[in-house]
Ligand binder design. Structure first.
Ligand code: PRP
Length: 211
């Protein structure tokens, strides 16, 4: 799976373990999601093109470098919102375009309820954000929307993915790279990632159903 980059780093393992733990409360879960998003972003931006930028330091003139591409950050509502801040922090000039999608609990199919991507003027690079890629349906739908927009370089950042989900993504969009902190082996009968971390949206926004 050439396009699947499972980021290897001790901090990823450390922070992911806390994220998975069912005893981790929402406030810490959000912080861990931020930390992992920053680590994924570091890997996912490693080959962004640069152009020369002449500047004056307090001491002399020099040729600096700046990003040479227009970038879109595209969170899938709602859980993808939990990854936006670290990406925006690292890419302060990026545009943020939201896609609203939820997974129907009976069919596990994505239902799109919000898309404000413009018809033209696509960015050069689009980062799709969603902490979970389970069946892959939501991310596949988001990639299709970015392709219709005309974005030529689409990259997915997902904290945790399932093997069947990434295989589907690779089959349908072999040119799209996905950056993850873990590819977990299976989905259960409810199409939840196992071992996984539960429902990221509910844990980020503290909307878990009462026991
Ligand atoms: C979750 C998750 C992904 C999707 C993954 O969202 O955040 O968007 O399911 O499943 P898939 O790969 O099978 O499509 P959910 O439907 O719980 O909505 P939410 O983000 O509003 O909580």
């Amino acid at each position: 799976m050439d396009g699947v980059i499972e980021v290897q780093h001790p901090l990823v393992d450390h922070h992911l373990t806390l994220l998975r733990d069912k005893h981790t409360p929402p406030a810490l879960f959000r912080q861990q999601t931020h930390r992992l998003a920053a680590l994924l972003a570091y890997a996912a931006t490693a080959d962004l093109p640069l152009q020369s930028k002449p500047i004056s330091t307090p001491l002399t003139e020099m040729d600096g470098r700046e990003l040479a591409v227009r970038i879109a950050i595209v969170p899938i509502l709602r859980a993808g919102l939990g990854l936006v801040d670290p990406l925006q922090d690292l890419l302060p000039e990026a545009e943020v375009w939201h896609l609203g999608m939820y997974r129907d609990e009976q069919t596990a199919q994505p239902v799109e309820y919000y898309c404000k991507l413009p018809k033209d003027g696509a960015c050069d690079v689009g980062f799709v954000l969603d902490p979970m890629l389970a069946t892959g349906g939501s991310v596949v739908s988001a990639i299709a929307a970015l392709q219709r927009w005309g974005c030529p370089d689409i990259r997915v950042l997902s904290v945790i993915a399932s093997r069947p989900g990434v295989e589907r993504l690779q089959r349908e969009f072999p040119q799209v790279r996905i950056f993850v902190s873990s590819v977990d082996p299976v989905l259960n009968e409810q199409k939840f990632i196992v071992p996984g971390l539960g429902d990221a949206g509910d844990r980020i926004f503290n909307t878990l159903p009462p026991n």
